[in-house]
Ligand binder design. Structure first.
Ligand code: NI
Length: 167
């Protein structure tokens, strides 16, 4: 297992539309486990593959408080959604920024597991729903700050530039 380097905004790979995974091999499995380790190490709830530079449709997440239910999702798709809900979000690729984002309250997601078997997560709510939508957005090159008004987004971009100068 190994910790992976997280790409941060405005890295162009974060804007990439990721391509479907077609090869389910030991390398993919190793990568997924390294992603989980990296996510837990950072106390995050989810991580998408392009955040670590791999531009295929793979993500990991664990929305439990005690890190007891890891998910590995390959080629995930939202197949149903219901309602609207606002909640505060952050992202490992956009450090120190936390903003309210409105998303679907409930989602059903179909994906493949690390071996390629299809499974669904039915009627996910709360943090799990939120995290599924945030991570699937990543695979489509979309970031949570894209939901903000242009003015608010500009303010955040300024703040991120200042932070980058300090390091
Ligand atoms: Ni993120």
């Amino acid at each position: 297992m190994a910790l992976l380097t997280i790409l941060t905004y405005p890295h162009p790979i974060l804007r990439k539309q990721c391509t479907p995974v077609t090869v389910f091999d030991v390398q993919l499995e190793k990568l997924a486990h390294d992603m989980l380790e990296t996510m837990y190490d950072d106390e995050a709830v989810g991580l998408a593959a392009n955040q670590i530079g791999f531009t295929q449709r793979l993500l990991v997440l664990d929305a439990t408080e005690d890190a007891s239910h890891p998910y590995i999702l390959v080629n995930p798709e939202i197949i149903a959604q219901k309602g609207k809900e606002k909640s505060k979000e952050g992202c490992m690729s956009v450090p120190d920024i936390y903003v309210e984002v409105e998303r679907a309250a409930e989602v059903t997601v179909r994906a493949q597991d690390i071996k390629g078997n299809v499974f669904t997560i039915e009627n996910a709510t709360g943090l799990l729903s939120n995290c599924l939508q945030h991570e699937i957005d990543h695979l489509n090159g979309k970031l949570f700050i894209d939901y903000l008004s242009p003015l608010k987004k500009q303010m955040i971009e300024k703040k991120l530039k200042k932070m980058a100068c300090r390091t």
